[in-house]
Design a protein around this ligand. Sequence first.
Ligand code: ARG
Length: 272
Amino acid sequence: MGRDEQGPADKTRALRALAIAGAVTALAGASPAAHAEKAITGDDQPQSRILSGAGATTDDAPWVVALTDRYGNQFCGGTLIRAGEVVTAAHCAHDPLTGVERSPEDVRVIAGRTDLRSSQGTEAEVDDVWVHPRYEDFTTGDDLAVLELSAPLPQRPLPVVAPGETAPYEPGSMARVYGWGRTSENGPNSDSLRSVEVPVAADDACRSAYPDYDPRSMFCAGYPEGGRDACAGDSGGPIVAGGRLIGVVSYGTGCGRPGTPGVYTRLSNYPL
Ligand code: ARG
């Protein structure tokens, strides 16, 4: 299960198996928020805007990166955990339309660019995409991928929570999520980095929102009344507590709705 236990041949095999599984679950792999059919009533009350927190900068959060395709379209976030390694979500490593795994040439990592309309910061190419071998789709967990960069980035990486740690996941403990995703459930992505603080939710709250919730590989965060949350486009990005990366934005029903907190990959479950 540790990715270090896997040789390159195993990786390739796992990737191939995934390409097939991905093709089968093509639509399930698509962003749920992008397919949110239910219109929210009285849209855009201030409380229902996600990442209602504030603008953030890559000066303060140098380890947060945007993932774009070769045309510069931002589709996910990620976190630099070592100079040449970015953690993201497994579903970010798949094309949402075809379910086929993105080839490394079609993923760019943008670091040090608060505003994606600028040309600030550094762009890195990807040599290899490692996807958790048990990943099927985000509802069943293991929504984790690691991008090996072709050259190290100069930005400061973020340490990852230690395997087996539980304290940062105690219900009510606060964590901050970052991204360039939508600022309202049906709105456009944000050009500029944003962040918001959310409390970790109890397993029961998460299970009642998501029947497939797996507390081993996931955790939820958000207020019972909703409001502050990640949204489509934030996937793969960091949720941070105590100066460490504790999770990866994975999924949620809508954004910031009461009773459906955001779901994150529980990184203490994975040796990175
Ligand atoms: N799956 C979404 C993405 O691809 C992230 C959704 C997070 N949603 C939430 N309500 N927390 O960007």
